[in-house]
Design a protein around this ligand. Structure first.
Ligand code: ATP
Ligand code: MG
Length: 399
């Protein structure tokens, strides 16, 4: 019996004329992801994407899991493929789902005939296949409203497909169809979730991380790398840029009023991120900020941060509670790594009482008193290290 994976489109089905562009991007992601799971062929017909195993190297189980993390696919099913011949369809349904039917009490058959040259109409297929399966499993009862198993049969261009229910997949839009951004990745809980949420809307992204050795350790950097690796399951392969940020940070500490330190530092990080973003043709920055979570995330502090540079700053978590963010972090598998205790450059040198309502005027004045900062930022931007993150590679960070 031949088994195949069928992937159904979500929101992109509504994209009208652009739909084929979205589909092409999605198929490219599917092919890229399936490389790790043996030999596969990916194609589309009637708005459905098909992933077909070509030989025994294909690992259907692992491929199914990988595909369930690709944005743009709203549901997935594993299906048995057979000839478009009613008798063969009945035998295939029994061979593929008979085991499941033995363990339940109620079922129904739902047929869909996309290929109108097939001689039986959908209701007739449903009725006749239902009768055939009842003959094989006399203990079963048909329940059209609330069956324990829905047996689906689809008569399509390339064959007949028999499968159980479609399972929910990642949803969203294919990564790469909604621009490109640079995600500011710390070692915390929030920023990996921010990357996940923007990728879900179709954004391609790279990450940038600010490290301040020796205040922050090599372990802290490897933790961030592990987080980028974990979310690559959703974002796809990308780069992690690591900025050696010690000197600008020390300079701000030594030359600015204590209470403004955090906002001044965040503005400085944004300026460096802006330089790297433009180099990589990114059109926006992303952060994991959430309103009022900490002193630097009040609306006044955010206004000061925004004014530091000219790219839009996307903050997908701005209206989310911490517990909602944590729930997503658990779902995408980043939470356990995020809570490992490593230092972050944003939490060193922080004053005990940062100003929660800074004014841009006082910020600009403080910056005017730091004439050496621009050169240090330019130097840091020059020395950015690039780490390649490839989807599907093992996360070798053990804490
Ligand atoms: P997170 O859980 O993401 O660390 P947080 O609640 O600790 O967030 P902050 O430390 O104020 O909040 O950081 C807010 C945002 O600034 C982070 O979500 C991230 O986008 C960015 N950020 C913080 N530290 C760094 C860093 N070292 N490198 C890059 N970006 C950072
Ligand atoms: Mg943090």
């Amino acid at each position: 019996m031949r088994e195949i994976i069928m992937a159904y489109q979500g929101e992109m089905a509504l994209k009208g004329l652009n739909k084929s562009t979205f589909e092409a991007v999605l198929m490219k992601s599917m092919r890229y992801r399936l490389q790790h799971h043996g030999n596969w062929k990916v194609y589309r017909a009637q708005s459905t994407m098909y992933a077909e195993p070509l030989d025994d190297t294909a690992d259907v189980e692992a491929a199914f899991t990988s595909l369930s993390h690709i944005f743009g696919i709203i549901r997935l099913s594993r299906a048995a493929v057979c000839e478009k011949n009613f008798e063969t369809i009945c035998e295939t349904a029994e061979a593929y789902l008979g085991q499941t039917l033995r363990g339940i009490k109620t079922f129904k058959v739902e047929a869909k005939r996309a290929d109108k040259s097939f001689p039986m109409k959908s209701p007739e297929i449903s009725r006749e296949l239902g009768a055939y399966l009842l003959g094989k499993h006399p203990h079963l009862r048909v329940d059209v409203h609330n069956p324990q198993l829905e047996v689906m049969v689809e008569i399509r261009d390339f064959g007949a497909y028999v499968h159980g229910p479609k399972v929910p997949a990642a949803g969203g839009l294919p990564v790469g169809t909604a621009g490109r951004a640079l995600n500011m990745l710390s070692g915390g809980i929030d920023s990996p979730v921010a990357a996940y949420r923007m990728a879900k809307r179709g954004m391609a992204l790279h990450h940038i991380h600010f490290a301040s050795p020796p205040y922050t350790s090599e372990g802290a950097k490897r933790k961030v790398q592990a987080l980028a690796q974990i979310v690559s399951e959703y974002t796809g392969s990308c780069n992690l840029y690591v900025v050696p940020y010690t000197r600008p940070q020390e300079y701000i500490r030594d030359n600015a009023p204590d209470v403004l330190f955090t906002v001044l530092m965040r503005r400085s990080m944004m300026r460096i991120a802006n330089i790297q973003a433009k180099k990589m043709e990114c059109e926006a920055l992303i952060t994991g900020e959430s309103l009022a979570q900490v002193a630097s995330q009040t609306v006044q502090a955010i206004a000061c941060t925004d004014a530091a540079q000219d790219l839009p700053i996307l903050r997908p978590l701005i209206g989310m509670d911490k517990n909602e963010i944590v729930e997503t972090a658990r779902m995408i598998g980043s939470f356990e790594t995020s809570i490992l205790p490593y230092e972050d450059c944003c939490t060193i040198f922080t004053p005990p009482h940062p100003k929660t309502r800074p004014h841009l005027d006082e910020i600009l004045e403080a910056e005017a008193n730091m004439p050496g900062l621009a050169a240090l930022e330019a130097e840091a931007a020059q020395q950015i290290e690039r780490i390649r993150i490839r989807v599907g590679e093992e996360v070798d960070f053990i804490g």
